[in-house]
Write a protein that binds this ligand. Structure first.
Ligand code: FAD
Length: 246
């Protein structure tokens, strides 16, 4: 192994190569309402970087296909790939994954994908998520813990209520700033994320990662820019075409 290859993600440019793989569903959990956590055994899997995603493709009996992207929640060292899918009532793919998929089923997946919205575990990062946008950050957090570098991460997460925040226990244990828009949390009254709440999370040399619905990503990015964060230090992942700020 070359010195470069020993660095996590040294193979990233090659990672998306390769076509569709078969993933066997090893575990299905519903830790919070209206969502599903899938643990997948991906055959011939390429290690992912925290922040990357897979594409899941469903094929109907008549040959019709639908495919969607899902971020990886597991750390690279986890032998299984964990996805967390928020169920949208009128969603084509998320309803199937949430309602139909069972342990032992096989899914077609492609990945890992993404070379920009990734964290390799070496630099300080501010992670700002709304709703299911926490998923790639859970991978980053788990990786940080695995390599003993959780000191590099500052996390702010937003959801409507605590019960709707994915991975709430893990994020709270990591010291995340929790913003609830529909209920009080501790002494914090219900309300959207404010710029002054992000200020104490800033650190020299940090890259900011923002993830969530298009509306959340836009609002959070504006907060960061308005409070003096250089646009070049902000990386954004948008999960869908619509959806209000969490
Ligand atoms: C890089 C990337 C990573 C992603 N990671 C995750 C993840 O980890 N977990 C996860 O749950 N989703 C994730 N998504 C979103 C996911 O790809 C799908 O868009 C989502 O599951 C909806 O698909 P669907 O087929 O159920 O809904 P569709 O049938 O595509 O859409 C149904 C309706 O919901 C609207 N809609 C679509 N997506 C969203 C959304 N995200 N929020 C609000 N409204 C929406 C559509 O406009 C439409 O009205 C990710 C998206 C990207 C681009």
């Amino acid at each position: 192994m070359t010195e470069d290859a020993a660095v996590l993600g040294a193979g990233v440019p090659d990672a998306p190569a390769g076509g569709w793989r078969t993933a066997t569903v090893s575990g299905v959990r519903r830790p919070i309402q209206r969502s599903v956590q899938l643990r997948l055994d991906v055959h011939d899997r390429i290690d992912h970087l925290p922040g990357q995603h897979y594409v899941v493709r469903l094929t109907a009996e008549d040959g019709y296909t639908a495919q969607r992207s899902y971020s990886v929640a597991s750390a690279p060292g986890d032998p299984l790939v964990e996805l967390f899918v928020e169920r949208l009532d009128d969603g084509e793919v998320s309803t199937h994954l949430a309602d139909v998929v069972e342990p032992g089923d096989e899914l077609e997946v492609r990945g890992p994908i993404g070379g920009w919205f990734v964290w390799d575990g070496t630099a300080p990062a501010l992670l700002v998520a709304g709703g299911a946008g926490v998923v790639p950050f859970v991978s980053m957090l788990r990786h940080a813990r695995a390599i003993g570098r959780d000191d590099l991460l500052r996390i702010a997460v937003s959801a409507r209520t605590m019960a709707q925040l994915p991975y709430a226990e893990e994020l709270v244990a990591a010291g995340a700033l929790v913003v609830l828009t529909r209920e009080q949390y501790g002494i914090r009254p219900a309300g959207r994320l404010r710029a002054e709440e992000l200020l104490p999370l800033w650190e020299e040399g940090q890259t900011a990662y923002v993830c969530g619905s298009a509306a959340f990503a836009e609002a959070a990015t504006q907060l960061l820019v308005a409070s003096g964060r250089p646009a070049a230090s902000i990386r954004v992942e948008r999960f869908g075409p619509s959806g209000g700020p969490a």
